[in-house]
Design a protein around this ligand. Sequence first.
Ligand code: ADP
Length: 348
Amino acid sequence: MGIRFDGVTVAYDGNVVLDALDLTVAPGEVMALLGPSGSGKTTALRAVAGFVRPAAGRVFLGDRDVTDLPPHRRGIGMVVQQYALFPHLRVEDNVAFGLRARKTAKAEIRTRVAEALEMTGMAAYARRHPRELSGGQQQRVAIARALAVRPDVLLLDEPLSALDARLRSGMLAELARLHRELPDVTILYVTHDQVEALTLADRIAVMDRARLRACGTPRELYRAPTDAFTASFVGGANLLPVTVGTGAVVLGDAEIAVGTAGIAPGAQATLCVRPHLIGLGDGPNRITGTVSEIQWRGATHRLYVEAGGHRVMADVRELREPPALGDEVTLHFAAEDAALLPAGVSGD
Ligand code: ADP
């Protein structure tokens, strides 16, 4: 069952925190809502769950307009950041909670609880209390509880952000596996972490200050972003001001051969190049400048190079002999690795 936001606006005390959101999530799709803190992601999720009432617009689950339905009548599973398990209930009773509230038959509850615990790898912990579990295990129980009601729609609100980095990547793989096992469940996944969004989502909706900035597959947003906010939020980017020529752009005193379709010669524009697609040394589309900072990041060196009043970031494979601060270096990149964005879409 799909989810559709139709002009959904939410305001607190007259403050608009979600501004006329139009977004459709297809049945069985994983949609990530990605954006910085405070951009309205959780509010959008809560509008689907029924915990906030839109000031305008409608929310649909499948063909059903659920805007006026209470949360428990929407058939949704939800997992939040802080697990929210009942501390006095054993794991199996936590997982059974939603089913008991729905007055499901006892035998059916037993089957579904066992199934949900099996699916999340928690079958051996059914008799424990939440305090006897690690953070990662508690979050698995929270996911089992959400799945036990066999929801058509699963809402996940920063489900991994309370876990440490190692557990997080394990749980990411687990969530991907769960989705493969339950391909019909539609998932709306709120996160501020681009790695989670790129890893899990079929499509990403990028939120910025109450608005939807862009929506597309991870590859589209990464390879061909249409605005500077998305380019820098999804993957990190050099955003270089350039003047458009014919079939090329001018950056400082260098001419760079990129496609300029749709932008008039003489206009100002922004050239977007990913740091890892910039090489050190001579090559096509050269930028020469002075090294102002070097960060060793294990597998790579991040160089910051001041060139013609701009700072360019380059992630190059770990160098045996990195340049020194103040050295003049030449950087280059392939024209097909650069995307040209119209000026005035920076998001600032
Ligand atoms: P995100 O999930 O992207 O971090 P939220 O949707 O939680 O953002 O919040 C968006 C904005 O709405 C924030 O500025 C937040 O402070 C505000 N906000 C959220 N919930 C409430 C509330 N219950 N009352 C007042 N303001 C709220």
